[in-house]
Ligand binder design. Structure first.
Ligand code: IPE
Ligand code: IPE
Ligand code: MG
Length: 493
């Protein structure tokens, strides 16, 4: 299944501003859900925000937050009477609709509100109107029309056209800009799928809560566009969805859905491996092909590694392990070995700032005793400084799979502990790191060269002829796409 993230998607400016405003507060009551998204609301609840459905339920004198959907003037009155401190996060677009409804009302026009009468936004707008605006509209008479900001834009246009057949309509009825843009992106995706020469069954996934009107409208627009439409408010809900038959899936998210949910969902759908290990091979050949010294190949390879680390981060890969120098590489000419060790030291010093900024934990696996004390000092200082970060970059230096197993065995013997597969793991160089899901080897060699022998028992392998310095973002994506297609049975059926 091909996954395409639609643009624009996700949080609109109004929601962003409402959340940012609320997060500055403490000891507050929110009247209604601040925004219609369960992930956001759960987080606010964890931070101590209290939610009520009636303004009367906010204790006197306390701070109340009016949600992005706005409130009626009556609610403002009660808040004042109860001596509440008001923090208003009403979206400016919603406020504009209130103003329009009020202006129509002041002109004495009957006002039609297009929207869901049960939605708090519509109730807030209705609160602007006096009884006289709720009277029956006269045939041919003038009416003012406004709409809920998160309606289906086509539906609003249709309803306005329908009203025009009977009444003299004055409108202020557009749905908000963000709602419309997201709906347009869905329409564009559907028509691109329909007009594609390789017509394949397509679907659209909306990430958003059931309480979110604009999210539900996105699903509706997708259905109208011929897509099989799905909706999920959480990772749990997403995992329950059966996408069978869908070959092309558009992903969008509602105007109150946090971006991190979309990122996690896309990672899950694309089947991104948690741990990728790489055998960075072919630096020497790359240099030789260009009439350069092998050391130039290693320098170019180091630059590629910096890029690969960033690309893996952007794709949500939590662990990247790279094979930089094997226990067997010590037998290379002295100047090449010395050049490599100096390159490692330089690279690590140069990258420290990036690791801190991008929150990357650096660690080394391999025989530390083989390294010079100055290189080891640089390594251990960096390990210490970055130890608290979640994302991990693991570099194998003077590493051998057999050496690791032998070192682990000796440690176990010293402890005198009986060994099982589980307890053995505790003696490995990085026992807490999950086994690699995917191992990539460049340069066309089809062997493991003593890399992670214990840990790769059930890893998937990807081999490419590309020499390491030429390894590109496109090549990484090819490897990840191949991985996503693999069926990892791990001995099962
Ligand atoms: C991999 O490239 C880097 C290290 C082993 C340090 P090579 O140096 O093995 O390059 P080739 O295989 O000779 O081309
Ligand atoms: C494997 O590459 C080791 C590293 C990439 C660090 P080699 O070039 O050393 O492996 P062989 O000799 O081709 O097996
Ligand atoms: Mg090699």
């Amino acid at each position: 299944m091909k996954i395409e993230v639609l643009e624009p998607h996700g949080m609109c400016a109004g929601v962003n501003a409402a959340i940012a405003k609320a997060l500055k507060l403490k000891d507050v009551w929110c009247l209604h859900e601040l925004v219609h998204n369960e992930i956001v609301i759960d987080e606010l609840k964890d931070l101590g925000f209290k939610f009520v459905e009636r303004i009367e339920d906010v204790p006197e004198g306390k701070t109340v937050v009016f949600s992005a959907h706005g409130v009626s003037p009556a609610v403002r009155e009660i808040a004042k009477a109860r001596n509440l401190k008001v923090v208003d996060t009403t979206c400016p677009f919603v406020a504009k609709v209130h103003e329009a409804a009020k202006a129509f009302a002041e002109k004495g026009l009957p006002v039609v509100i297009l929207g869901d009468p049960k939605h708090v936004e519509v109730q807030g707008i209705a609160g602007e109107l006096g009884v006289e605006n709720r009277c029956r509209c006269r045939e041919g008479g003038k009416v003012g029309v406004v709409s809920q900001t998160t309606m289906n834009a086509d539906e609003v246009a249709k309803q306005v056209a329908e009203l025009r057949k009977t009444y003299d309509v004055e409108t202020m009825a557009e749905v908000c800009h963000a709602t419309k843009e997201r709906q347009d992106a869905v329409k564009k995706f559907c028509s691109a799928c329909l007009s594609s020469s390789v017509s394949s069954p397509f679907g659209l996934l909306v990430l958003g809560s059931q309480t979110s009107s604009n999210s539900k409208r996105l699903k509706e627009v997708a259905e109208q566009g011929g897509a099989k439409a799905f909706m999920a408010g959480s990772m749990e809900e997403l995992k329950e969805i059966d996408f069978s038959g869908v070959e092309r899936l558009g992903v969008t998210s509602g105007a109150s859905t946090p971006e991190r949910f979309l990122m996690e969902a896309v990672k899950f759908l694309r089947n991104v491996p948690e741990h990728v290990a790489m055998i960075m091979d072919g630096n020497g050949r790359w240099a030789t092909q260009r009439g350069k010294r092998r050391s130039e190949g290693h320098k170019a390879g180091a630059k590629t590694l910096g890029d690969v680390l960033n690309w893996c981060g952007e794709r949500g890969i939590r662990y990247l392990t790279v094979y930089a120098f094997s226990t067997e590489n010590w037998k290379r000419p002295k100047d090449e070995v010395e050049g490599l060790m100096a390159l490692f030291a330089r690279m690590l010093k140069a990258k420290e700032k990036d690791f801190m900024k991008n929150r990357v934990r650096f660690r080394m696996i391999g025989r530390r005793g083989d390294l010079s004390s100055s290189l080891l000092k640089t390594i251990e200082a960096l390990e210490g400084k970055t130890a608290h970060f979640e994302r991990q970059f693991i570099v194998a230096i003077s590493y051998g799979g057999r050496a690791e197993i032998v070192d682990a065995m000796n440690a176990a013997i010293r402890k005198g502990e009986p060994i099982t597969e589980e307890t053995f793991r505790n003696y490995l160089y990085a026992p807490d790191v999950p086994d690699p899901d995917l191992v990539i080897r460049t340069s066309g060699e089809l062997r493991t060269s003593n890399f992670l022998l214990w840990e790769t028992a059930y890893s998937e392998y990807y081999f490419t002829d590309v020499l390491w310095p030429d390894f590109s973002e496109a090549e990484l994506d090819k490897a990840l796409a191949a991985y996503a297609q693999r069926h990892r049975r791990k001995g099962g059926v």
